[in-house]
Write a protein that binds this ligand. Sequence first.
Ligand code: SF4
Length: 423
Amino acid sequence: MNVYDGWRIAAMLEHRGMTRTENVSDADIIILNTCAVRAKATDKVFSALGRIRRAKKSSALMGIVGCVARESGADAFRRVPDLNFVLGPQSYHKLPEILENPDAKLLNIDLSGLEKFDSLPQMVKSPTVTYIPIQEGCNHCCTYCIVPYTRGREISRKFDDCIRDTIHAAKTGAIEICFLGQNVNGYKYTDENGHTYRLSDLIQAAAKIPEIMRIRFTSSYPTEMTDDLIEMFKTEPKLLPFLNMPIQSGAPDVLQRMNRPYDLDQYIGIINKLRNARSDIQISSDFIVGFPGETDSDFEQTVNIAKQIGYINSYCFKYSPRPHTAAALMPNQIPESIKSARLATLDATLNEIQRDFNESCIGKTLSCLYEGPDKTGRHLVYRTPYMQQCIVSRPDNDTMIPALAKIEITAANKASLRGKFVE
Ligand code: SF4
């Protein structure tokens, strides 16, 4: 979501004639698009602001947007007096106001719904992989999560607006689209005739657009994997066989304290349905280790479920107490040293599973989407349907670089694959 917001902020300024610079000292406006999901990310924002204010031109405008802006509000001006603007994730479309009135301090952290989507200019050229936000906010209220506070309650965009943006992306270069939302499979929009649209309707409509060859969505909440959505993996070949469905913990007690109301049988039942719908589907997850009260045995259950499901690619974090969340006030907070040890153990397990999966791809031919040249310029980077990075040699003639290519996988390690084009 933050990558998408970054694109839109850049597009908004480009529409006003501004251009990008890599040098802080050349910039007329400096914007930090921020994430508040962990305390460390928030701290980094303020230390970066300290560095930037010393390096920037005295006339340059400087501000923060996103979740740290929402979390800090007016206090951000107290911490960094030369900040010019503080705009929450639902109000960054107000950014041009500071260009018109640079001497003012602009503060807007309202959760004003979906107004921003109507106020943003369309992008002139879309990347081959384009994000289409379809809903924002979350109603789940996991006890560790700051998102319901920073992004607000769930709101789904109009079905027609999502499809209009998808068509625009396709006409301007997108081959893959990723429907985006904090709780993307909770998407639900009812039109003026009383017709309700779900994520499965969006997938079917997007699949009818000829330029769109690959569709995915993130991030999913387990109990919102409804049968109509699972069916899409069976009936819609453009939907990639890869799904991020965070479990967070393998211990029932911890899940209960996290306020994630599913049990392991239910979660595994959903995975089985998905695998019945599409046998080559692969799953990734997010994990939190060291949640308040997590015992050694709870943690072992998490490692066991990771092995049992065989997640091919996951994100694993130490629990980080956040303001405005219930878990921050829970007893039995886990010492940092134990969190770090558990993180290392789970990371090692997940890395091994990922390497095994990557190695199992050797000899297979996968349909891959071009991403760009690597740093050396001698190789090309593609993405497999499972979001693995796949490196191939650069052909002599760049006109021979296909956007979508059949690639035979010839080697693999934990981080990436190597392959060659299949004629
Ligand atoms: S479902 Fe995700 S976004 Fe929503 S409260 Fe839980 S962790 Fe946060």
